[in-house]
Structures are given as structure tokens and as C-alpha cells.
Design a protein around this ligand. Structure first.
Ligand code: 6GU
Length: 234
């Protein structure tokens, strides 16, 4: 998979893309992540990427010309499955969207700006607007990094069998259970006996109960959704 990020702040991606699993995915050739600097598509001396909004008001708006030129330049080289804009007014991103995106070959992620981007770019070139949750970030870069991280780990081969894709929280519409490692007792705090039993059936039963309880306590909405899905498939 190739992901082209379009941003006014490429250095914001240095950390998230150059560590751990996302780094390994790039080195292994599973994911190619290309940072495209909007300023490289400006033509004025000051390399201006934003301007004040028509009609007045606070904040700056990303100008249309550099974004059109950048996206069209990329699209001349290859065809893209989606042109995603990260914006707090987008559809809320979740694991099922993540799975869909992970099956694509080429993606563009255009990072929204503090106040916004010229709507003509959205109307003409953007195919999908995504928000990562109901709170406001200073820009779409961190949201783009979240999307990239969550998508790249689902590319087949990126995470090995030992690394537990199947037991992720949300894989079955339920939260994952708590985990423990050695030692069996620390400061008088015991690991649950079922987990120490070595009995695979007891361990599985404990995990299932713990998942159910956690999901009921914290995310009853997920259980409702899962039962709706089951009904639909019946
Ligand atoms: Cl995608 N962008 C911004 N600026 N804020 C957000 C967001 C995106 N998702 C949640 N908050």
C-alpha cells in the first residue's frame, strides 16, 4: 500500500512513522508512506499556503491552488482509491472503516487545517472526510497519523501471528480482556487463578467473562451494535 500524506507540517509525522511497527512495515515494503509538503506547490516568494476566510472571522483557510496542484500531480502518476480529508466535521473513524481502508492500494490523506480548507477542494477532489472523535485538534496531522497507524498494522504480513491481530479489542464487537505477566504475585497482588491454571479451557472462559463484563460496564453501545449486526445477518 502507498499512502500519500499532504500536509503543511511534515515534521509532525517524524515520530509516529519512524518507530515500531509502522517503521517495520515501511522497511519490509508493506507500506510506502510519502509526505508531500503543500509549500512545494506554491509559487509566491513567501510560499503562502493559507489565507483569511471570505466574509471574515478568525482563523486561516488552506488556499485551493496548492492543494489542487498537489493532488492532481499525484493523480497523474497513479490512481487513488480514496482522497481522505481529516476534519472534525467528517464521519467518525472506527475499526470497520479502518479494515476497509487497509484493503486499498493507494490512498491520499489531506490534513485539514486549524480552521478549515477551501470548500472547492472538498467538492472537487476529496472522496471521504474523516474525524477521529468528538474533540478538536489544532490540525489534521495527528488524526492522519492515527489513521495511518491503525491501517498499516492491518496490512497482511505487517503483524505476525504472535502479535495478536485476532484478539484485538473491537475484533468481535467487544473490548479485549485484561492481561497479566510474571510474577504471579507482586506486592501481595495475585494474578487470577484461572490464568495460572495452565488449563486452556479455564483461561478461555475467564477471558470471555472478563471481556463481557468490561464491555457491559464501559461500552454497552458495542453490545447493542453487535446484536443488531447478528440480527441483520440472520
Ligand atoms: Cl480529523 N481534525 C481536527 N482538527 N480535529 C479533530 C479531528 C480531525 N478528529 C477529531 N478532532
Amino acid at each position: 500500500m502507498r499512502i500519500d500524506v499532504i500536509t503543511g507540517h511534515p515534521p509532525l509525522f517524524a515520530g509516529p512513522l519512524s518507530e515500531s511497527i509502522v517503521k517495520r512495515a515501511q522497511e519490509g515494503g508493506y507500506a510506502q508512506i510519502v509526505l508531500n509538503d503543500i509549500r512545494d506547490y506554491t509559487h509566491d516568494k513567501h510560499r503562502t499556503i493559507d489565507d483569511t476566510p471570505y466574509g471574515g472571522g478568525a482563523g486561516m483557510i488552506l488556499k485551493p491552488e496548492p492543494l489542487f496542484e498537489c493532488i492532481e500531480t499525484l493523480q497523474r502518476e497513479r490512481s487513488y482509491d480514496e482522497v481522505i480529508l481529516t476534519t472534525p466535521t467528517g464521519q467518525v473513524y472506527d475499526q470497520s472503516l479502518c479494515k476497509r481502508l487497509s484493503m486499498h492500494e493507494n490512498l491520499i490523506i489531506l490534513c485539514g487545517h486549524y480552521k478549515g480548507i477551501d470548500q472547492r477542494v472538498v467538492d472537487e477532489l476529496v472522496t471521504m472526510e474523516l474525524s477521529i472523535g468528538d474533540y478538536v485538534l489544532t490540525g489534521g496531522e495527528l488524526a492522519a497519523a492515527v489513521i495511518i497507524d491503525s491501517v498499516v498494522r492491518l496490512i497482511p504480513g505487517v503483524i505476525g501471528d504472535g502479535e495478536s491481530l485476532l484478539s484485538d479489542s473491537f475484533m468481535d464487537g467487544e473490548l479485549d480482556c485484561p492481561y497479566y505477566t510474571r510474577p504471579p504475585e507482586y506486592r501481595g497482588l495475585r494474578v487470577p487463578e484461572d490464568l495460572l491454571s495452565g488449563d486452556h479451557k479455564r483461561v478461555e472462559a475467564w477471558r470471555r467473562r472478563a471481556s463481557d463484563r468490561l464491555t457491559r460496564e464501559r461500552r454497552p453501545d458495542l453490545l447493542d451494535e453487535a446484536s443488531r449486526r447478528r440480527k441483520k445477518n440472520d
